[in-house]
Design a protein around this ligand. Structure first.
Ligand code: BDR
Ligand code: CA
Length: 322
């Protein structure tokens, strides 16, 4: 049997975070989950993580609550996208599963200082990870890789330039992106190539078991005839599960804009060396001219195999009923 990647997941569930957790719990070895204020407040994101883990009968996975707000600003949530509770219209019952007593950042430090073979996955604002690095700077050399759902090589969502997870705490994102840790960035330029549609909700509804019904309810909150859903965090984690879902990724230098009047929270991606001669084909097709760049601190996902992703997603959800 193929060895599973070990992961520690920092997240802010959130509809798409839940899908990512469901994928991860089946295909990866999840050694721990930490929560951060983001899509909704920390109380909700922690309870939602506990809820999903319990529903998946994986209460063996420890959950740790982290920071409830960004480093310097007040928390801006995305409840219009994820619902007041963070789980769309799902009626929340209080899970029996509770978070552990340790603070997330102490556990992140402890985990990565002691072990070499764990990857860090971030699906929310980068507050916990940045605070952990500030408290224990040796983490910069200890975390082998971060798979980050955040940013965009092209346009943002929260603003024209900024993606929500980076916008929510740009100062934290800057600390993480400047840390020297290799970042695999699953940004909006990549996740926008996925589109979940009403037919996908029906597929889930037709799988008669409680996880599929939960998934269908979550997805139907974000998908209707006018609106499609990218399930960003699920796309991101699929990169670790099946690298073929990302046929093209490119190393590049990325800075985080913390000050701009219109651009705060932007991932300023230097992809000049990848710009081709055909504007319709553009990024990633041919090297056009040499440019002097900063350190290539990021490998950015560029292309997405939607059919392969959806197959993985539906097969995984189905397998929870077997
Ligand atoms: C990201 O922001 C959140 O709303 C989602 O959970 C995802 O992590 C997409 O911009
Ligand atoms: Ca998220």
């Amino acid at each position: 049997m193929k060895k599973r990647n070990k992961v520690f997941m920092d997240c802010d569930p959130g509809i798409d975070d839940c899908f990512a957790l469901l994928l991860a719990m089946k295909h990866l070895e999840v050694v721990g989950i930490s929560t951060v204020g983001g899509n909704t407040g920390l109380f909700n994101t922690t309870r939602n993580a506990c809820y999903v883990v319990e529903l998946a009968k994986r209460t063996d996975i420890p959950i740790y609550a982290g920071y409830d707000k960004p480093m310097f600003t007040k928390l801006e949530t995305a409840e219009e996208v994820h619902g007041i509770s963070g789980l769309g219209a799902v009626e929340i019952r209080e899970p029996n599963k509770k978070p552990e007593k340790e603070h997330a950042i102490d556990v992140i430090i402890d985990t990565f200082m002691k072990q070499d073979d764990i990857l860090l996955v971030t699906l929310g604002p980068l507050t916990n990870v940045a605070q952990a690095i500030l408290k224990e700077p040796r983490l910069k050399k200890r975390i082998p890789q971060i798979l980050c759902m955040g940013g965009s090589v092209t346009a943002g969502n929260y603003s024209p330039c900024a993606e929500f997870n980076i916008y929510a705490d740009p100062e934290a994102a800057k600390i993480v992106f400047d840390s020297g840790i290799v970042i695999k960035m699953a940004g909006l330029n990549f996740t926008r190539q996925n589109s979940m549609i009403p037919k996908d909700v029906t597929i889930l509804k037709n799988m008669n078991h409680d996880i599929a019904q939960f998934a269908a309810q979550l997805l139907s909150f974000s998908v209707n005839s006018d609106r499609q859903s990218e399930l960003c965090d699920a796309c991101a984690i699929s990169w670790l599960i099946d690298p073929n879902i990302v046929p093209c990724s490119l190393p590049m230098h990325v800075d985080i804009e913390t000050k701009g009047e219109f651009t705060r929270g932007m991932t300023v991606c230097d992809y000049r060396e990848y710009i081709g001669t055909d504007p319709k084909m553009d990024i990633g097709r041919s090297v056009f001219y040499p440019v002097s760049q900063g350190v290539r601190n990021v490998v950015a996902a560029m292309e997405f195999d939607q059919d392969r992703f959806k197959k993985l997603l539906f097969d995984t959800i189905k397998s929870y009923g077997e």
